[in-house]
Every structure is written in C-alpha cells, then in structure tokens.
Design a binder for this molecule. Structure first.
Ligand code: AMP
Ligand code: ZN
Length: 137
C-alpha cells in the first residue's frame, strides 16, 4: 500500500509516536500548527469517513478523547481544535483518515481549516511527544 500513514504505522517511515492500541496509532504532526499537534489514525487503511468502519472510527474517537486529556495535562492549552478533513475539496492532503488534535492559545493567530505547512523543529517535537506520552492515563 503506497500510503504514507500506512508506512508510518509499519515503521517504514519514522514518526514520533505517542500512542498505539490494536486499532489506532497516534503521532506528532511534523508540520505542527501549534506545539503538541497530534494526528490520530486507524491502523486499517481507510481514506475518508466514507471508507472507515464504525468500529474503527469509534476506536479513533476513544483515542482522541484520551489523547486530548493528555495534551491538556501536558501542555495546558486554553483550548483544543479537533479536525478531520475528507476529500481534496475539504483540504485533505493525506488520503488516510486522521483526526488532528491542535492545542490552542489565545493570540496564536491560527485560522482553521486551511493552512500552510511549515516544518517544525524535530527536537522540540520529540520532547513534546515525550511530555504527552507521560500524560496518557
Ligand atoms: P490533512 O490536510 O488533514 O490531510 O493533513 C495532513 C497532515 O499530515 C498535515 O498536517 C501534515 O503536516 C501531516 N503529515 C504529512 N506527512 C507527515 C509525516 N511523515 N509525519 C507526520 N505528519 C505528517
Ligand atoms: Zn494508509
């Protein structure tokens, strides 16, 4: 399967993983909109909400709930955006379903849901990943 996120799950492409269970994988976005920007994905490939099974989507939702709590505990954002884009017209770039968890702070200037990709500092991303992992309950 020529899918970048499937390759992340199988470890062919490295990632800063924060969470994994039998159905779900979660890692830091390498072009973070803010510190602690996470992606939560199903292990079984599904391009969009229209392909994913209900059981996998529920598992992604449960992990998103757990990881949002970890982000709150680790980074204490004032708010969190959850985003899940389906189709090019909706600005989906990677065709493997993913939920974005984006911590928000007042004055961060973000405009959701269309943005430019700006590479983050990998050392900082690693450190934040550790912080969030430690906060998972
Ligand atoms: P979307 O527009 O919802 O499809 O967003 C795709 C997201 O995947 C973007 O925020 C990218 O920064 C992110 N992304 C792409 N490749 C990688 C990668 N190898 N590791 C982590 N995040 C990635
Ligand atoms: Zn995939």
């Amino acid at each position: 399967m020529d899918c970048i996120f499937c390759k992340i799950i199988s470890n062919e492409i490295p990632s800063v993983k924060v969470y994994e269970d039998d159905r779900v994988f979660a890692f830091l976005d390498i072009n973070p909109l803010n510190e602690g920007h996470l992606l939560v994905i199903p292990k079984a490939h599904a391009a969009t909400i229209h392909e994913i099974t209900e059981a996998d989507f529920m598992a992604v939702a449960a992990a998103t709930h757990k990881l949002s709590a970890a982000v709150k505990k680790a980074l204490n954002p004032e708010g969190i955006n959850l985003m899940q884009l389906n189709g090019e017209v909706a600005n989906q770039v990677v065709p493997h379903l993913h939920v974005h968890i984006v911590p928000r702070w007042s004055g961060d200037g973000l405009t959701i849901c269309k943005w430019k990709l700006v590479a983050g500092d990998m050392e900082k991303i690693q450190a934040i990943g550790e912080q969030i992992k430690e906060a998972i309950e």
